[in-house]
Design a protein. Structure first.
Ligand code: BV8
Length: 250
């Protein structure tokens, strides 16, 4: 294994699929039940706010009945054990990475469990519904929307993501179709900066040709195996909780 210090991991809906959360583009996925234009754009929200709010209320409720799977748990284990830089950039709006214990998580497409006030711009944790136009906890206005990045809106914290990619030694993409930009372009950004790239996915994606290596299979199997491989093969001191033995000791 190369001299590995800094890792950027991109996750998509496939990492949550085995937790029972619908993906978007697999057969029977979310977008097959709803046209993107109808539910995941600012124009849709203006045109039919009730449809959009019901779509997100349904998904916000659904994710709270799901639990992390072995892929989320393995990534949380890596996050806690890894002394180098590590960033889990997720396109997912569920909180399964956090509920598995991961801490270095960046939600580039927002989060189901936040409501965003379009009057005062404050984001509040939200676990119930928005269809009933509840007042903003911060300003009282009835102007809350899902804190989710819709198509045509700028993903969150892009500067941080590109800074992490610039200093990465390894970029790993897990459970994403490579259909949505700018996330789908990260592998090319990484390659252009000389970063090694690995894809873990159930099937080949739209971006597979750009990866140095692609491993195919369910995330619940591939991710724990990859995490163990990294933790076992990378030289100390890049492992937290295993203090470097004093000189003269093995
Ligand atoms: C923007 C939140 C710019 C909503 C989502 C080129 C450059 C830049 C932009 C564009 C571009 N070309 C087009 C665009 C516009 C657009 C875009 O990319 N359109 C696509 C359709 C062509 N992008 C945007 O609009 C983005 N904004 O670019 O802004 C800008 C510039 C200036 C000023 C303003 C703006 C915003 C995109 C964000 C949209 N919001 N989510 C919600 O969740 O409801 S995107 C949505 O798709 C989710 O976040 C989802 O995560 C994401 C990507 O999908 P995947 O995660 O990959 O899920 P999918 O179902 O597709 O695939 C699942 C994969 O998992 C499959 O490969 C499957 O095989 C695999 N899998 C399944 N089971 C398993 C598994 N793998 C392992 N194990 C398993 N068990």
């Amino acid at each position: 294994m190369m001299d590995l210090r800094n890792i950027v991991i991109l996750t998509g809906a496939g990492v949550s699929a085995e937790s029972g959360i619908d993906t978007f583009r697999s057969a029977g996925g979310l977008w097959e039940q709803h046209r993107v234009e109808d539910v995941a754009t600012p124009e849709a929200f203006v045109r039919d706010p009730e449809l959009v709010l019901r779509f997100y209320d349904m998904r916000r409720a659904a994710i709270q009945t799901k639990v992390p799977n072995p892929a989320h748990e393995a990534l949380a284990r890596l996050d806690h054990a890894w002394e180098g830089d590590l960033l889990i950039v997720t396109q997912n709006v569920d909180d399964l990475h956090e509920r598995a214990g991961a801490q270095r998580v960046l939600h580039m497409h927002g989060e189901h469990l936040n409501a965003w006030c379009t009057a005062c711009d404050v984001r509040s944790r939200w676990t119930t519904t928005l269809i009933d136009c509840p007042p903003c906890p911060a300003c009282g206005a009835t102007a809350l929307r899902p804190d989710v990045v819709w198509f045509g809106e700028m993903p969150y914290r892009m500067d941080e993501i590109f800074a992490a990619l610039r200093s990465a030694d390894l970029f790993v993409s897990i459970g994403t179709s490579g259909a949505v930009y700018p996330a789908a372009g990260f592998v090319r950004n990484a390659r252009d900066m000389g970063v090694h790239t690995l894809e873990l996915n159930l099937e080949r994606s739209q971006g597979s040709a750009w990866f140095d290596e692609t491993r195919l299979g369910p995330a619940s199997e591939l991710v724990p195996a990859w995490v163990e491989e990294v933790l076992e093969s990378c030289p100390l001191p890049w492992k937290r909780h295993r203090p470097t033995p004093p000189p003269g000791h093995p």
